[in-house]
Write a protein that binds this ligand. Structure first.
Ligand code: AMP
Length: 510
């Protein structure tokens, strides 16, 4: 028998098996009325009411619905309920500028946009046929008195979500995730992390980023409680861990550095010792961070590696039984590797050292971009753009990045996009944007600028020029002036040369 694997399965099962349980605890501090505590039955009921409301508006299956929101219960509902009805959810990074959001809404062809009330003033200009804030307006949309029209032909190969990600092009690309991609990711992820109905998951990861790594589906399907956190803050994370008995969290190394800082100031025993397990990815975690998480917090450290394009799960590095007897430093060293291929995934490296992957979590393609899709999937393997090595035990270590992308605080920044904006300043003759090592953010966006002849410009003026044109986290934190930039004989800027002086003391180039 073949039954389509659709994301609907997760909320359906949550409702059936865990209907009476508090499934979602919404963020109390938000501009919209908080949903408070919802049982999984209520989440499912509200999801159907949302679908019925969209039926009434004529926004039916196959339609894209963009949601620009901080983490919130309503965004979580959209992720769970919209694809279930054959609609496509497009979660948008809430830090993007108006112009960037406009591009995504236009490119995805979204007829409907849902906007966080806090972002509404800044995003007023973003147009769509239907536009609602995710506060009172969203509540008005819900229709509890009618049953929604069911998805006419559930199809596991249909697109469930489109996640826009900054890559090597000036414009973000829409990663098209099928129901099957999301299903396999959630099930394999849940299995590797042994998620179960005793777990309490705190959303320390932005849900827009790769659909919160697919964990909203995994945790719902397995009956774990989900606690929504709107803004990442070290001390607040510790307070929620204590208050809600949190057991699982996920995030980039920068999040755990913030938690470690907060723990140093924490009054009394840090909560969650021997209970919490964290899942880390987005950038290579320094082994010092790993040892500190295990020793100072007593939390279990797990690493995964993947991309938005791979749903994200490609590898897993869990503390194995064999690691129990190791001294903390050796344990940390082993856990600092990206991990070993997850069940059903195959990995190899190309002749040039690029990491290639095959598996059921790999994207169907980039939305309306067949050239980029063909390039990424050339030869039947997904090209990650990361450089790495695989050791005898099958463990992958990421060593550098082949693609021209900077990762700061876990978010991708396209160098080209930033270069375009800096270059549009009239006093800039040439610019190269690179990532330089930074303890807090992993990498710091840095612009190397050659000033046009007869012109003058300060670093502050360049930063001011970028403001409003691109999202804040993409704006160079550091601007340095150069007489010239290293180039090849054919005139191509040699980024690796420009990076060399900054990365000389680091043991890897990422
Ligand atoms: P994104 O698509 O925004 O999630 O970014 C994916 C990129 O993050 C990958 O291509 C890697 O460069 C980086 N990344 C993710 N996980 C890890 C990891 N465990 N170690 C090193 N880099 C990582």
């Amino acid at each position: 028998m073949r039954v389509p694997l659709t994301t609907r399965d997760f909320l359906d099962r949550a409702e059936l098996v865990y209907g009476d349980r508090i499934g979602v605890v919404d963020e109390p501090n938000q501009p919209a009325p908080s949903l408070g505590e919802l049982t999984y039955r209520e989440v499912a009921r509200r999801g159907r009411a949302l679908q019925a409301g969209l039926d009434e508006l004529g926004v039916g299956e196959g339609e894209r619905i963009a949601v620009v929101s901080h983490n919130a219960g309503r965004l979580l509902e959209c992720l769970l309920a919209l694809p279930s009805s054959g609609r496509v959810v497009v979660p948008v990074n809430f830090r993007l500028s108006t112009e960037e959001v406009e591009y995504i809404v236009g490119h995805s062809g979204a007829r409907m946009v849902l906007v966080d009330p806090e972002l509404e003033p800044a995003l007023k200009r973003v147009e769509a046929e239907h536009r609602f804030t995710t506060g009172e307006e969203y509540e008005q949309l819900l229709r509890f008195d009618t049953e929604p029209v069911p998805w006419s032909e559930p199809d596991e190969d249909a697109t469930a979500t489109i996640n826009y990600t900054s890559g090597t092009t000036a414009r973000p690309k829409g990663v098209q995730m099928t129901h099957r991609n999301e299903w396999v990711n959630a099930v394999v992820f849940g299995m590797h992390m042994q998620i179960g109905d005793r777990d309490v998951y705190l959303h320390t990861l932005p849900m827009f980023h790769c659909n919160g790594w697919g964990l909203p589906y995994a945790t719902a399907g397995l009956g774990a409680r989900q606690v929504v956190l709107r803004k990442v803050d070290g001390a607040e994370i510790l307070r929620r861990v204590e208050q809600h008995g949190v057991t699982v969290m996920a995030g980039a190394p920068a999040v755990w550095n913030a938690v470690l800082d907060a723990a140093a100031e924490w009054d009394g025993e840090v909560p969650g010792r021997d209970r919490v397990r964290i899942i880390v990815a987005g950038a290579p975690p320094p082994s010092k961070t790993i040892a500190r998480v295990e020793e100072e917090l007593g939390w279990e450290f797990n690493q995964i590696y993947g991309l938005t394009e791979t749903a994200p799960l490609l590898t897993v590095n869990r503390p194995r039984a064999e690691y129990d007897e190791l001294d903390p430093q050796e344990r940390a060293r082993r856990l600092s590797r990206a991990g070993v291929a997850a069940l059903g995934t195959r990995l190899r490296t190309s002749d040039s050292g690029e990491v290639l992957a095959r598996g059921n979590t790999v994207l169907a393609g980039y939305w309306q971009n067949p050239d980029a899709s063909a390039e990424a999937l050339e030869g039947g393997w997904f090209h990650t753009g990361d450089g790495g090595t695989i050791d005898d035990g099958g463990y992958l270590t990421i060593s550098d990045r082949k693609k021209d992308v900077i990762i700061t605080g876990g978010e991708n920044v396209s160098s080209i996009e930033v270069e375009d904006v800096v270059f549009s300043h009239p006093a800039v003759a040439e610019v190269a944007v690179i990532g330089v090592p930074d303890d807090r953010w992993g990498e710091m966006v840095t612009a190397l600028v050659v000033v046009a002849e007869g012109r003058q410009v300060t670093a502050e003026e360049i930063v001011a020029h970028c403001r409003g044109r691109i999202a804040g986290y993409k704006i160079p934190k550091r601007v340095e002036f150069r007489d010239e930039l290293a180039r090849t004989a054919t005139g191509k800027i040699q980024k690796f040369k420009l990076r060399e002086s900054f990365w000389a003391d680091a043991d890897r180039e990422i």
